[in-house]
Design a protein around this ligand. Sequence first.
Ligand code: HEM
Length: 235
Amino acid sequence: MHFTYGLAALAGLAQAWPATSKHSLAPRSTSFFDSETGFTFSETKAAATLSSSIIYRIAQPSNVQYGQPYDVVIQVVAPNSLGWVGLAWGGSMVRNPLTVAYPNGQRPTVSSRWATGHYTPGQYSGATYTPLSTGNRSNGTHWQYTVKCTGCTTWSNNFGGITWVDPNGGKRFGFAASASRVSNPSSTSATIPVHDVYNYISHSFSGGANQDFDALLARNGVSSTAEAGNTSKKL
Ligand code: HEM
């Protein structure tokens, strides 16, 4: 009797115990359908302060394998309290494409940067950003941009090789933000003040694959880049 009770108690304990003891944070992202642009994005929220978040969304063509060039559409929603927000594609500040943006009336400015050290990043010509005809705005609480990026998902790394961002996997990105505003926000080369906060997000691309990526770009007034989603062409 005691033995049976003991087993039942143990089974109960096992049920109550957390299912996994793994402490690593798996990439988490949700899928977000944006009816305005028609793109389906993977989405991760990054805490900017204790009470506000930056929403990072990424959409990619569905027919791309790891090691092939591809464009992405990036959509970011930031609270008005932030004067700039940035995404570091390689997961740290130094030597990878930095997507930096700041509010600028109804169309935020997105600026391509690259840092060679922990100081003000310079312009980076390896990535280009094209605003979509929709999805760029600001209102009383937030500002939002939606752009195509060519060059965000691959770059020459420190070791003389090429880094690829896997369109079918998860990725640790770095992000940074500041409450301070840039003084000439219509310029892509504006001087940005140092961040108040930086941290990391684990983003899964799985929810952001779009079969009709090129057609959706066209619907939003942007032409597709020759390489994007073209499985036969390598860098
Ligand atoms: C005026 C411009 C900037 C300055 C002066 C600056 C400076 C710095 C410094 C000094 C650190 C090291 C902090 C520490 O060790 O505690 C750092 C870290 C970091 N910064 Fe910046 N930064 C700037 C812009 C950016 C931008 C645009 C991004 C884009 C996302 C960024 C992302 C990060 C990240 C993710 C870290 C964490 C450490 C790392 O991964 O390297 N920073 N920054």
